[in-house]
Design a binder for this molecule. Sequence first.
Ligand SMILES: [Fe+2]
Ligand SMILES: [Fe+2]
Length: 399
Amino acid sequence: MVQPPIRLLIRGVACEPLSDSINPGEPRPPLRGASPETVKSSHATRGAAFQNVVSGTARRCWAVLGPASKWRANTPRWWPPGPTISRAAGFGPRWPRRSQACRTPSAWAMNGRGLTGAAAPKLLAVSDLHVGFPENRAIVADLRPESAGDWLLVAGDVGEIIGDIEWALRMLSERFAVVVWVPGNHELWTHRKDPVLLRGKPRYRHLVELCRSLGVITPEDPFPVWDGAGGPVTIAPLFVLYDYTFLPAGAATQAAGLARAHEAGVVCADEVMLHPDPYPSREAWCRARVETTARRLAALDPGAPTILVNHFPLVREPTRVLRYPEFALWCGTTATADWHVRFRAAAVVYGHLHIPRTTWHDGVRFEEVSWGYPREWRLRGAAPGPPRQILPDRGRVGC
Ligand SMILES: [Fe+2]
Ligand SMILES: [Fe+2]
């Protein structure tokens, strides 16, 4: 028997921004099912609720964590790598060498995958697949490229359980010419139902090695170059996390912002599921990632345009429409505010907000490409569509 206070609290600690309404002018509704008294509960009580999430004893943990999968695909590789794909010499991921498929995507036509290659190859993007939900898993199972040369950018939150993540990325890597992945906060959770209980950086490294075994490109690998229509452009998968600097209105410091979020009952589940080991805090991990990543981006050819791919938005503006503005604390860092200009982005791809749309900042196209949870996309009136086309550029659309 689940006690009502726990059920309500877990609704109050949603792991995502509850973004089923993005109208910034709309009055902020109360958390569904929660009275003002219950969402303004004490820290101690909220800690108990988190424990119930982690232990799985709270019924509403389903909504927060998604169902744990006991199923893994056992589909044989139905397209063995052909002569145009080869593993980088010795160490590293398996993906087409630039001198082969990357340079001439049309060479991927007629490769035995049932695709004729008649359609021009596209650079596509998607995020927040959340395959722990059966509805989303079914859509992923049907996801196929239009062209044998299509690339797919996967901007995080594939799932929480390593087996689920592997299932999805394996399938996608067998279907798309190139798959590029960056971690979302959900991949970095240490979930009690996951046989892999690694935390923090060791978990991230484990995911990187998993991707490499599947031929999926990660933020730790050489940046690939898209030479298809709209290219050449360097694809830069990033992992820079967040550091609580997207402060809610009225909060002058991170501590004040977090206090405000706790008071409002809008606290990301990362606080107990995403461990920063060996760093002392998530913001320290973020700081290290920002420094390393900025150095790497600065070393690129200063004449080369980029596509920046990160789970979290690189600028603050897209978070202004969150229904619960306190959630912005877990959505990025102000340290990346000028990266789209500084590193010559032709486009920025991100997810996490579960508010799929296109926006423009300093003339740069920002694509939020998330699917989100079934309860969210049902409210939008349609199941997630095909991945978003990033290149070739379809012209100025969006807001
Ligand atoms: Fe997500
Ligand atoms: Fe996320």
